[in-house]
Ligand binder design. Sequence first.
Ligand code: SF4
Length: 352
Amino acid sequence: MFEQGAIRPPNEAGSLLVRVTRNCPWNRCRICPPFKGLKFSLRPVEEVKKDIDEMAAVYPTGSGGPESAFLQDADSLVVSTDKLLEIIGHIRKRFPSVRRVTTYARAKTMKRKSIEDLKRLKAAGLTRIHSGMESGSASVLALIRKGNTPDDILSGGLQVVSSGISLSEYIMPGVGGRRYSEEHARETAKILNRIRPDFIRVRTMAVHPLSPLERLISEGAFEPMTDAEVVAEIRLLLEHLDEMPAHFRCGDFSLNLLMQADGRLDRDRRAMIAETDRFLSLDPLRQKAFSLIQRSYPGMVSLDVVNDAELMEEAGMEIERLEASAPDGFNRAIRSLMARQLPPLPSDTWPE
Ligand code: SF4
């Protein structure tokens, strides 16, 4: 039976998942549970091709077959270009229905590939790279042990964009905590304005209860932000982003409180800022009620929900109960609801 990895971007749900490496070659980020404790390995090309053959025996390959394939796991560009070309060629031979091939890659790895190699990959069918930059701030990147500098992110991103491969950059509001919030928003916008990726995908931070960040919170060394503070941070980021032809996406990830802040920066930036302002202009009780409702029923929730008197009364009682349950009880409860949406940790410890 063919192998499949633990994660893929949400918009690759219908893609053929082809595992070219196992786990993450870096694996030290303090924000990311799914590979912790698991060893990275490259898979021999023959083994990957055998998986593709087995998938072709199970799934339709021509009309009605998958139109896209996603190369797993966390950083497929670590594989040599020649090997990747052989794998992509085999996917397209066995699945003539496949039109797009996409993958995750780390900034440092993108930077290491030459533009010529990236262009060869594009010509073979690699159409998009998804990359988790998280932040453009050096302080934040060091705090979360991202293993990339702002310069790695900039160089790697520019390299991909100039090869013609579509680039999707993932950013993480809240990840700098209160201390770095403003720097995080400004520096992230600065780098994105220079890279000009096709997609900016927003992934609001949630803290896994076993992660080192949770320990830093309990020691008082990391101050987690409230939902309202994170919305203000996203507003600041939007203020500093250029009106470029990039999609700014909150709508594809339910850990984003305001999923409706979603659109193209050259067309909808003002409307997205207005959406954050709508939330920020609510009184604190209504802001909390909205957070509680959206965190309890993750998905696109209209801000109009705070005009429902019956729901507000119920939410108000629950907020009071949570506030009284522990110091900072409401925000703790919101953090714990958010952590439920994270991918599971493979073992019962989080190695530092
Ligand atoms: S965030 Fe990306 S680079 Fe960091 S450990 Fe997770 S998969 Fe690896």
